[in-house]
Design a protein around this ligand. Structure first.
Ligand code: SF4
Length: 348
């Protein structure tokens, strides 16, 4: 692992910071409103050395801080190397211009035939069902995505649904975002009803981090619309480290499975978070304990601001080889890269 060097500053200011409850209470929407949005508050809640504050502010200017309290509660106080904190703590390195790291690394803007619709791969199409996330992950490949241009009006949503109706080669609708589960249940229930009325759609896939970062999101209302649809249901979670999976996450996963959902996980290989074989082994083991199958381990998409998370391909392959020596085959994620223009993920 590399050690990040904070920018040394003398921070004498006193910032009032509310105490963080050990167990966040309230419904998920309240928890969404209560997320930490202030980089200084994040540093102070975790008792970090004030030397981290300047970097946190610099990175926050480029991509704002968002951290739910339920996620924060799983971090170690006073430890800037905590693998959960590393995923959300802005750094001054995010302002570095690094060759090859760009705003739209997957060239998604070339594959949006309708507002909020990305159609890159045969057989499936992706809907941007929400422009926001509960958490802002610093390595996110959509950290520069123009969500404001992909917030369709009712009329534009009709055009998007028409596109799906008119192409009977599309069998799977993928709800993505942002985080699609950041949308209210009533809105999602209506959207899923419209989708299931399209006869050639067979599957509904949801890419989400919300059951991980705010497990209370898996509430009765969600289970009603998700469990009630005729579509086969797959939820692809995004978990990068075993420490993210606490008892509340396991309980949320059990409720999803009881509603007939297949649970998969995709991770990103991140320098300083999970770039050692022990961390990857514990992640796969813990995922399976929670009833989730390891699916993909992505190498980092080269998005501007995230170059410090990059792990070279050779090192990634060596890690996978070492992992293979330790895990049963069904616990091995597939190491992949998303290459713009390719019709599927590219195995490494
Ligand atoms: S939850 Fe997913 S979409 Fe949202 S910031 Fe994190 S990686 Fe990006």
């Amino acid at each position: 692992m590399i050690t990040r060097t904070p920018i040394a500053v003398h921070c004498e200011e006193v910032v009032p910071v509310a105490p963080v409850p050990d167990t966040p209470t309230g419904d998920w929407q309240q928890q969404l409103r209560d997320v930490i949005r202030d980089p200084v508050a994040l540093c102070r809640h975790l008792a970090l050395d004030p030397a981290w504050i300047l970097g946190a502010r610099t990175g926050h200017e480029l991509f704002p801080v968002r951290v739910p309290l339920a996620y924060l509660a799983r971090m170690r106080r006073g430890d800037p190397e905590d693998p959960l904190l590393r995923q959300v703590l802005p750094l001054v390195a995010e302002s570095d211009a690094v060759q090859g790291f760009v705003d739209d690394p997957l060239e998604e803007r070339d594959h949006t035939p309708r507002p909020a619709l990305i159609h890159k791969y045969p057989g499936r199409a992706l809907l941007i069902a929400s422009p926001t996330c509960a958490i802002n992950c610093r390595y996110c490949f959509r950290r520069h995505f123009p969500y404001a241009d992909n917030a369709p009006s009712m009329n534009e949503w009709e055009q998007t649904l028409d596109y799906l109706r008119d192409d009977d080669s599309i069998h799977e609708a993928i709800l993505s975002g942002g985080d699609p589960l950041a949308s209210p249940d009533r809105r999602l229930a209506t959207l899923v009803k419209r989708l299931e009325a399209i006869p050639h759609l067979k599957r509904l896939r949801i890419h989400t981090r919300l059951p991980v970062v705010i497990p209370d999101r898996v509430n009765d209302a969600l289970l009603d619309w998700l469990g009630g649809t005729r579509l086969q249901k797959v939820v692809v979670l995004h978990i990068n480290h075993a420490q993210e999976i606490d008892e509340a996450v396991i309980a949320a996963c059990e409720r999803l499975k009881a509603a007939g959902v297949t649970l998969l996980n995709q991770s990103v290989l991140l320098r300083g978070v999970n770039d050692d074989v022990g961390a990857l082994e514990r992640l796969s083991e813990r995922l399976f304990e929670a009833g989730i199958l390891p699916y993909y381990l992505h190498v980092l998409d080269p998005v501007a601001g995230a170059a410090h998370f990059d792990v070279p391909d050779d090192e990634a392959r060596q890690l996978m080889e070492a992992l293979r020596q330790r895990l049963a085959g069904f616990l091995m994620p597939r190491l992949v890269r998303e290459v713009p223009g390719e019709k599927s993920k590219t195995p490494l």
